[in-house]
Unconditional design. Structure first.
Length: 156
């Protein structure tokens, strides 16, 4: 019985680590493409720019979905059991939800368009960058609270 419980805890932790890796990898890919896109300024309509914007939007949506399914779904549904994590998330999650709206608005405006408005893209990309910086800082606070709870669990 004890072995089953220990194995279950190990499996749960391994699954959590895998989800965390997926989240961090999609976040890294998003920032890489964001940087490439920002470096393409000033924006002049071209098939290369269209392709880069399209890939960035796809990666941005993948990151947003990954964050939701890897980190936020239990917080949003109220099924997270760790009290410290829930306390941190209660103040942070509403801001993260608003950042999701900014991400979706950017994707709707630029993700599927062949003729991009360079000025509009420039302004929206700057705002999106500020939003992503704030979101990542908040995600890191949630991840820090989760790590703190895990350490407390293993020391108990």
């Amino acid at each position: 019985m004890l072995q089953t419980i220990e194995r279950s805890d190990y499996d749960r932790r391994a699954s959590s680590q895998s989800r965390l890796f997926t989240l961090l990898d999609t976040r890294r890919q998003t920032w890489m493409l964001y940087s490439q896109l920002a470096d393409a300024r000033p924006f002049k309509s071209s098939s290369e720019l269209d392709s880069l914007v399209h890939r960035f939007c796809q990666t941005l949506i993948d990151y947003t979905a990954s964050a939701h399914f890897q980190l936020y779904h239990r917080l949003a549904e109220g099924t997270e059991a760790r009290a410290n994590l829930m306390a941190v998330a209660e103040t942070i999650y509403p801001v993260i939800a608003r950042s999701t709206d900014v991400i979706l608005t950017f994707n709707d405006a630029f993700g599927e368009h062949d003729q991009l408005d360079g000025e509009a893209l420039d302004a929206a990309l700057s705002y999106l960058g500020e939003t992503l910086v704030q979101r990542i800082e908040l995600e890191d606070r949630i991840l820090g609270a989760a790590r703190h709870d895990r350490r407390s669990d293993t020391q108990a």
